[in-house]
Design a protein around this ligand. Structure first.
Ligand SMILES: C[S@@+](CC[C@H](N)C(=O)[O-])C[C@H]1O[C@@H](n2cnc3c(N)ncnc32)[C@H](O)[C@@H]1O
Length: 261
């Protein structure tokens, strides 16, 4: 697959920014009033962020990045969507926080700095055909004592159709998944249809990608609850959301911590 997928997905993400910022899902009003967008799962793994240098990969328009800055981190958010980075920079200025933002595809990141923590979360790996390449980038950004903290939707979830009723896609990365979409995980649907290109990654691919890039996996947890109501057919439960017919039965999120070897 050539790099066309990057341009196609960038266009999709650029178009999503304005609607996402106006959505209930991202609830900008409470965020501007001081709400942290970080969830317990990542807060626990990130630990004390005071004076830690953090590189936040695929930061979207920066809510989590800014939330980490509010906790004292020296944080740099990176995303390939120029619309998202433009908005993230405006928010940082408005809130007078020291977060930095760089607009870049993750394979073209051009910074010398090495970080204490590389963080990425909820919907990041699936935009990349080769998860080993993604781990190589994460590893290259870590200092010698650095840690990768990755919190992601479980590959189990990505096997389902959009209605979350039938298994439509392979658990394994057999081929790109190309879909025409007119809505996203927030509440707003779009009037225009756009193309989205993604890939499924099995847990073994993710583990081996880390290990092949000299990242030592130090923690791995699976959770039966998603902090977000972002798929069809979910019900509210204690601590988040689960699929209506599969309460407590399936994994929805995982968290992986790995250190520079
Ligand atoms: C589902 S969002 C991440 C959600 C984020 N955790 C949040 O809280 O808003 C995925 C992000 O990945 C970014 N992205 C996708 N492919 C990318 C790439 N090749 N390089 C850099 N960013 C990319 C998109 O622009 C988008 O902001």
């Amino acid at each position: 697959m050539n790099n066309n997928y990057i341009e196609i997905n960038r266009e999709l993400w650029n178009r999503r920014v304005e609607k996402h910022m106006a959505s209930e899902f991202y609830d900008m009003k409470s965020f501007l009033d001081g709400r942290s967008s970080l969830n317990e799962i990542e807060l626990e793994l990130l630990g004390d962020l005071k004076n830690k240098s953090v590189c936040h990969l695929q930061c979207h328009f920066g809510q989590d990045t800014i939330s980490m800055a509010r906790l004292g981190a020296k944080v740099t958010g990176i995303d390939f969507s120029d619309e998202a980075i433009k908005q993230a920079k405006c928010l940082t200025k408005q809130l007078n926080l020291p977060a930095q933002f760089i607009c870049s595809d993750i394979y073209s990141i051009d910074i010398e700095q090495k970080f204490d923590i590389v963080f990425a979360s909820y919907g990041v790996l699936g935009w990349h055909p080769d998860v080993s390449r993604w781990m190589k980038v994460a590893k290259s950004l870590l200092n010698d004592q650095g840690r990768l903290v990755l919190v992601e939707f479980h590959p189990f979830v990505w096997m389902f159709d959009r209605k979350m009723q039938n298994i439509e896609f392979s658990y394994f990365n057999l081929a790109p998944i190309v879909e025409q979409v007119s809505s996203s995980y927030t509440d707003g649907s779009d009037d225009k249809v756009a193309t989205e290109i993604g890939w499924n990654h099995s847990l073994s691919d993710i583990f081996m990608a880390a290990l092949d890039n000299n990242l030592s996996i130090t923690r791995f947890n699976e959770y039966p609850v998603s902090p977000y109501d972002c798929f069809d057919n979910m019900v509210k439960v204690s601590g988040g959301y689960q699929f209506k017919d599969l309460v407590d039965k399936v994994p929805l999120v995982y968290a992986l911590e790995a250190t520079s070897v």
